[in-house]
Design a protein around this ligand. Structure first.
Ligand SMILES: [Zn+2]
Ligand SMILES: [Zn+2]
Length: 329
């Protein structure tokens, strides 16, 4: 689809423009203010970050429950849910669209997974594709399908204030170890035009004989900022970068009613500007200079064009994550 908004909508937009244009101007004002606030906050967090004591893990295993790309027989959607296991325990990172899509429940059933098997839930950020669907985002309440719930009251580590139905909600205010030997970068901020001020936490772990492995949700704070924070938290070499980097350059995933929402919301730019190949080139250069050996990309917020460019241009061995697959570090 070449147009980000189908021509079918253009007459509606033209008629509504006396309302839309002033709204966009006001929104842009807040967006610019939040941009300055996010940059300042991230700098402050970096300057206050001390090196983290992280255990050296013998193994770290990631099983993908929800992703855009899948192994044969697994359901796909534009959400994210990753299960981590180490010799010290296990945790679930994000719950996709939760009970509003059948993907998480069906893929979890196929893999024989439920929350009895983990010690904690971690939410990367408070967007519908990570915290359990649009009603969950609207009510700021992480929501997990009933079928997966455990009778144990386990912590849900959050990057910003929110509730978590059936969990002990715990705000992660700064970098710290969470559980299973896996740490959080603490919240990192980004101003998003439509979605507002967004806090996101990435995960990091230290694997024996390899180095640091970093996992992102949507990657809204930008991978550059995330890796800068990781560098403050550990001197270990970077082994792998995994997860969403948000590069819908030629199109978004999960388009609805002829509108490519991902190319306009969640990008850190006003909706009249696109994410470009030049933006992607800068990020490729930044990842190459950070020098990971492996990169595992999430296709839930990145188009095939961007995935192909990264596979060709990144120095690391690069592939896309697939639901149903297990990756060992
Ligand atoms: Zn996402
Ligand atoms: Zn997001």
């Amino acid at each position: 689809m070449a147009f980000r908004i189908s021509p079918v909508w253009w007459p509606v937009l033209a008629v509504a423009s006396p309302v839309i244009v002033p709204w966009l101007l006001v929104r842009n004002h807040h967006f610019q203010e939040d941009r300055a606030r996010a940059a300042e906050l991230n700098q402050k967090r970096m300057s206050q970050a001390d090196p983290l004591e992280m255990p050296e893990l013998d193994f770290l295993e990631l099983t993908v429950l929800v992703e855009w790309k899948t192994e044969e027989g697994f359901m796909s959607d534009a959400g994210v849910s990753y299960l981590f296991k180490t010799e010290l325990g296990s945790m679930l990172y994000d719950v996709g669209f939760g009970p509003t899509c059948p993907t998480l429940t069906r893929n979890a059933a196929k893999l024989g997974f439920n929350l009895d098997q983990v010690e904690a839930l971690v939410i990367s950020h408070l967007h519908c594709d990570h915290m359990g669907g649009i009603p969950a985002q609207r009510s700021r309440q992480v929501t997990v399908p009933d079928e997966l719930m455990s009778p144990e009251l386990m912590p849900c580590f959050l990057p910003d204030r929110a509730k978590a139905k059936g969990f002990k909600a715990e705000l992660v205010e700064k970098p710290r170890l969470l559980t299973a030997g896996i740490a959080s970068t603490g919240p990192l901020a980004r101003s998003l035009f439509m979605l507002g001020f967004t806090e996101e936490q990435a995960l990091l772990a230290r694997v024996k004989d390899k180095g640091l492995v970093v996992f992102t949700g949507c990657g809204h704070p930008t991978i550059e900022i995330i890796l800068e924070m990781v560098g403050r938290l550990s001197n270990e070499p970077l082994y792998a970068v995994c997860g969403g980097l948000h590069f819908p350059v030629t199109g978004g995933r999960g388009n609805r009613a002829g509108i490519q929402f991902q190319t306009m919301i969640g990008t850190g730019k006003p909706p009249w500007q696109r994410i470009t190949d030049e933006d992607l080139s800068r990020t490729i250069t930044a990842i190459n200079s950070a020098g990971p050996k492996r990169v595992y990309l999430s296709a839930h917020d990145t188009c095939d064009h961007s995935l192909d460019r990264m596979k060709k241009e990144l120095n690391a061995e690069t592939e896309a994550l697939k639901a149903g697959a297990t990756y060992r570090f």
